[in-house]
Design a protein around this ligand. Sequence first.
Ligand SMILES: *[C@@H]1O[C@H](CO)[C@@H](O)[C@H](O)[C@H]1NC(C)=O
Ligand SMILES: *[C@@H]1O[C@H](CO)[C@@H](O)[C@H](O)[C@H]1NC(C)=O
Ligand SMILES: *[C@@H]1O[C@H](CO)[C@@H](O)[C@H](O)[C@H]1NC(C)=O
Ligand SMILES: *[C@@H]1O[C@H](CO)[C@@H](O)[C@H](O)[C@H]1NC(C)=O
Ligand SMILES: *[C@@H]1O[C@H](CO)[C@@H](O)[C@H](O)[C@H]1NC(C)=O
Ligand SMILES: *[C@@H]1O[C@H](CO)[C@@H](O)[C@H](O)[C@H]1NC(C)=O
Ligand SMILES: *[C@@H]1O[C@H](CO)[C@@H](O)[C@H](O)[C@H]1NC(C)=O
Ligand SMILES: *[C@@H]1O[C@H](CO)[C@@H](O)[C@H](O)[C@H]1NC(C)=O
Length: 359
Amino acid sequence: MRLFLIFSFFFSFQCSDENWFQTKCDQKCIFQLGSLDSNNLNLFPKNCSSICADLVIDEDSNLTEKELIPTFKNVKTIFGTIIISRTNLTSLKFLAGLVSLECDEIPSDSDYKSGFIDLLTFSRFQKNFCFNPNPKNGLKLYKDFEMTEIGMLKWTNTTCSVEVEMYKTFSNFNVPNLKNFNSSDPSEHKIYIQYDYFGIISQNYVCFSLEETSSFYGAENVVMSYQNQKYCDHSSSTVLGEQFCNVSENENIKNLEENCQRIFGILKIGPGDEKFVYKLKNVTWIYGQLIIENTNLTSINFLNNLGFVISFDNYWKRSSLQILQNKNLMEIKLPNLKKVLGECNPFVITGNNGNFANF
Ligand SMILES: *[C@@H]1O[C@H](CO)[C@@H](O)[C@H](O)[C@H]1NC(C)=O
Ligand SMILES: *[C@@H]1O[C@H](CO)[C@@H](O)[C@H](O)[C@H]1NC(C)=O
Ligand SMILES: *[C@@H]1O[C@H](CO)[C@@H](O)[C@H](O)[C@H]1NC(C)=O
Ligand SMILES: *[C@@H]1O[C@H](CO)[C@@H](O)[C@H](O)[C@H]1NC(C)=O
Ligand SMILES: *[C@@H]1O[C@H](CO)[C@@H](O)[C@H](O)[C@H]1NC(C)=O
Ligand SMILES: *[C@@H]1O[C@H](CO)[C@@H](O)[C@H](O)[C@H]1NC(C)=O
Ligand SMILES: *[C@@H]1O[C@H](CO)[C@@H](O)[C@H](O)[C@H]1NC(C)=O
Ligand SMILES: *[C@@H]1O[C@H](CO)[C@@H](O)[C@H](O)[C@H]1NC(C)=O
């Protein structure tokens, strides 16, 4: 049954894929060999800014970063997939110019909805070798033990999903501009950014920059892995043009600067802080937690711009948005709230004994 499925997949997509390449690229910019190695490197269409290829660079490629850099220096768009496996590459910086990675319009197969996907060793082309055409395979990194980051600094657009096996050296994605996610999957319209730790990691979690977090978690159609992870340090005073405030530990809203739009940390509003809540009027993102506890507020009507509360710390332990024991609370208005992440139950709203019904 399984085999049958695979074959039907293979046959139904082989042709359309090839046709898709023809519609996307100049004939001379289609690299049909797929696997790139030191013997066929000279056949790679180095002059094309858009190439069509299902690229594989692996342990048999016998290619160094030094050879890859000039090969890919003109590439801005890749239609197809990229698989980097069992290499000693430390990043994908050789794809420094890549702006867009575009995948074929192929519906997700329900077999592949979760977890990592086995590479099917078939093809569209010469080697009779084909990737699982599932769009989740847009960019796939596995068994690259030296990889520290993706590091494609210009990568902005994708219709593809990403899968990364992270080994102990892997510290961050470093794709600061990746923000336009338009799924090529016509059935689900989802992009999967899937990553998992392999081997030992003790607290050596991958970090996401505030910009990456904003782009990935802010996109409606992006599905991120649930992993222990942390925020990268942020040294600028803004995030995506909005005023950034780093709330130091145990700081409460009294000491919060004015004009904050994006807050990192655990922000507490406690008894006596009622008169400071106006400071949150323009806040759109909290990279952390918001705890409103034991106040005599009657209304939470000062978070009108809050869209996201995304906590990575204590991921499994604490809720990101806590509204607790506010005896006079009668209403909670969160008109722009889109996503709260942190624990299975991201909200805790309880013990508020005004006329407000707890939920
Ligand atoms: C690539 O461009 C260079 C310089 O523009 C030119 O000399 C070379 O012939 C081109 N190669 C191919 C394969 O088109
Ligand atoms: C990676 O490095 C190791 C150790 O230096 C070497 O044995 C191996 O051949 C390298 N692999 C590749 C694909 O270059
Ligand atoms: C690897 O590439 C080098 C040159 O880049 C070449 O001399 C060597 O023969 C290649 N090895 C294999 C196994 O293809
Ligand atoms: C990237 O996406 C944006 C917005 O969807 C679009 O305007 C732009 O042309 C795309 N760029 C490339 C190189 O595909
Ligand atoms: C998104 O993708 C669909 C089909 O794949 C395309 O028709 C549409 O123009 C794309 N939108 C953007 C903003 O690129
Ligand atoms: C916020 O400040 C703390 C203490 O200085 C620092 O450890 C942390 O990295 C900062 N957060 C960000 C996101 O930069
Ligand atoms: C909110 O933004 C407006 C417009 O930029 C500004 O005038 C106001 O002072 C800001 N208020 C706070 C509390 O940040
Ligand atoms: C709310 O609490 C503050 C400080 O604890 C107090 O000054 C104020 O009078 C209280 N307001 C109401 C309406 O109880």
